[in-house]
Design a protein around this ligand. Structure first.
Ligand code: A3P
Length: 336
């Protein structure tokens, strides 16, 4: 069947007949979904209650169908722009600290955190050469309710991070604006993007439903899902690094604590350190379909409350009201 939808050959499929078949099936599903114009002027599709661009939706449908985790896998989960890069760096540094002898330096100094902790892709489990199986860390932006059943029914652990919605929105808008600028393409004015965000329209949005899905799951399965916020992690990073290590089953020994291991990890993963590394300042990663993304756009300010410099008090109050309404009764109150 001819389709006007984006071809999945372009989106990383192509090759085997099976993949071609998958792509055709996904195209067919997408042609039945409600769609709207998204942040970059491309179509977003409503799938299982959340909005996705074609690129992300293709990825989601393929992992739902094909992905099987290792039982020891740990997933870093988040809505985009809520602290994923930082959490990836911290979890990676904590888990790999035993590998480092005096002469070895952490991969975090030469590789982008997103390259150290790869995003969930269907072929990661099938082909071991696609990941370092000795480091059981993967990441995802997929909402809890849409995670592959193979993950939900496994004993894999999940670490979720979220942040104040206003800061998440401003960070998201800058990310898209900088990305468009790097491609010499015009970007959506902040006010228009804000309107979309308030209506729940963003990749993997609505934001509040994303947060609520993981929040409720963390209440139901506290031993499997650790729920964190960017703000609390900023306020007491040391306590969170220890909590992360404990949750991942590799607590710091007293000796390590005395030797300042926790502080070393905090410093190595700090915004200042990571954003000034050559790899994160001047190199690009290939996570986008059309053009490599400059690593530097994953590091903007790394502060709490920067929204005040970009949104009016009225815009801030509007998003706060929406969040309050949506989170009502859940027991969750996000720090601001
Ligand atoms: P700002 O745009 O508010 O500066 P994500 O990693 O989910 O894409 O989120 C990006 C946000 O995390 C950006 O926020 C970015 O600056 C911030 N960030 C990136 N690395 C960080 C780090 N090591 N420590 C604290 N914040 C960091």
């Amino acid at each position: 069947m001819e389709s006007s939808l984006p071809s999945f050959q372009v989106l990383g499929f192509g090759g085997s007949a099976e993949r071609k078949n998958d792509a055709e099936n996904y195209n067919e599903v997408m042609s039945t979904l409600p769609k709207v114009k998204g942040l970059r002027g491309d179509d977003y599709y409503l799938y299982q209650g959340f909005w996705y661009s074609a690129f992300f939706l293709e990825g989601l449908m393929s992992v739902q169908e094909h992905f099987t985790p290792q039982s020891t896998d740990i997933f870093v989960a988040s809505f985009p722009k809520t602290g994923t890069t930082w959490l990836k760096a911290l979890t990676f540094a904590i888990l790999t600290r035993f590998r480092l002898s005096g002469s070895t330096t952490s991969s975090l100094l030469t590789k982008m955190p997103h390259d150290c902790v790869p995003f969930l892709k269907y072929n990661l489990a099938q082909n071991p050469s696609n990941r370092d199986l000795a480091i059981p860390l993967l990441s995802t932006h997929v909402p809890y309710s849409s995670l592959p059943k193979s993950i939900i029914s496994s004993c894999c652990k999940i670490i979720y991070i979220c942040r104040d919605a206003k800061d998440a929105f401003v960070s998201l808008w800058y990310f898209h604006a900088n990305l468009q600028r790097s491609k010499n393409v015009e970007h959506l004015p902040l006010e228009e993007a804000f309107e979309l965000f308030c209506n729940g329209i963003a990749n993997h949005g609505p934001y509040w439903d994303h947060v609520l899905g993981y929040w409720r799951a963390s209440l139901e399965f506290p031993e499997k899902i650790l729920f964190l916020t960017y703000e609390e992690m900023k306020k007491d990073t040391a306590a969170h690094v220890k909590k992360l290590a404990e949750f991942m089953g590799c607590s710091f020994t007293l000796e390590e604590e005395e030797e300042g291991e926790v502080q070393k990890i905090i410093s190595m993963c700090s915004f200042e350190k990571l954003s000034n590394l050559e790899v994160n300042k001047n190199l690009k990663c290939l996570q986008d379909i059309s053009i490599p993304i400059p690593n530097s756009i994953y590091f903007r300010k790394g502060e709490i409350g920067d929204w005040e410099n970009h949104l009016t008090p009225e815009m801030g109050a509007r998003l706060d009201d929406i969040m309050e309404q949506k989170l009502k009764g859940s027991g969750l109150k996000l720090p601001r």
